[in-house]
Design a binder for this molecule. Structure first.
Ligand code: IPE
Ligand code: IPE
Ligand code: MG
Length: 241
């Protein structure tokens, strides 16, 4: 049985497999992305019910610009449309939206949508949903290092951690990748140093409550040692008298 405060407090997800989900049904890839938005809405609700405080999802990588122009513009439209439709409900549900990524590469319409959604939901605190959009882990590290250098501050693990943490918050406890691939694809490279990794064979549009609970059960069965021995970890759990 997991302890009541056993977490995970922060879950990160690489929402992969939308295109294959659609191809399997002879649908255009964008139909898979649309269905993926529906899955995300459900997973946000499920995470809030499970008292997960932070959910960080990978929605568009800096490398995804290499996809066919039609798919890229379809994804931009999907984001703008989803924001226009969903923000008021997310606001009512207590979800705080934040976007992490390079906004300079995005259109004015998308940029405005992101800022409005952040502003609208800024006072919410039930669950923070970080959407990584036009995001790359290497970009984020370089960006934080450049900011420290500009301010003339020393670049150390602590200062870099602090500069980067302004993005997604505390390091994720659990990182789930759907779609059956076993790689990070440039997601949260700095923050996942001690994150538990879980790979689900389900395509993202098929990822449901039981798939999420399977990932959480596996997380609770893991022993997070952070470099220590198992005996040290077990001893540290015994309350001192
Ligand atoms: C993930 O699904 C969503 C994005 C990268 C935008 P994919 O589109 O990568 O789906 P597959 O991997 O091709 O099935
Ligand atoms: C990672 O998926 C990015 C997102 C889910 C947004 P990709 O489908 O782009 O990753 P690769 O190309 O298979 O590594
Ligand atoms: Mg993919």
């Amino acid at each position: 049985m997991p302890q009541p405060d056993a977490g995970p407090h922060h879950v990160a997800i690489v929402m992969d497999g939308n295109g294959r989900w659609a191809s399997k049904r002879f649908l255009p890839r964008i139909a898979g992305h649309k269905q993926g938005v529906e899955t995300l809405k459900k997973v946000v609700r499920l995470c809030a019910q499970r008292k997960i405080a932070v959910l960080t999802v990978f929605a568009f990588s800096s490398e995804n610009w290499s996809r066919p122009a039609e798919e890229v513009s379809g994804l931009m439209d999907l984001l703008a449309g989803a924001l226009a439709r969903e923000v008021s409900q997310l606001k009512r549900d207590g979800v705080r939206l934040r976007f992490v990524g390079d906004r300079s590469g995005l259109s004015d319409r998308v940029r405005t949508g992101l800022s409005l959604a952040e502003l609208e939901t800024a006072d919410n605190s039930l669950l923070t949903l970080n959407v990584c959009f036009n995001y790359g882990g290497r970009w984020e590290i370089a960006q934080a290092a450049a900011a420290l250098a500009t301010r003339g501050e020393p670049i150390t693990e602590t200062s870099l951690s602090q500069a980067i943490a302004l993005g997604v918050g505390p390091d994720p406890d659990l990182l789930i990748r759907t779609g059956g691939e076993f790689r990070l694809s440039n997601f949260l490279l700095w923050q996942s140093a001690y994150t538990e990794l879980y790979f689900s064979p389900a395509f993202w549009p098929d990822f449901d409550e039981s798939a999420l609970d399977q990932a959480l059960a596996e997380y609770h069965a893991r022993e997070r040692r952070f470099g220590k021995t198992s005996a040290q970890v077990v001893l540290s759990r015994i309350p001192s008298v």
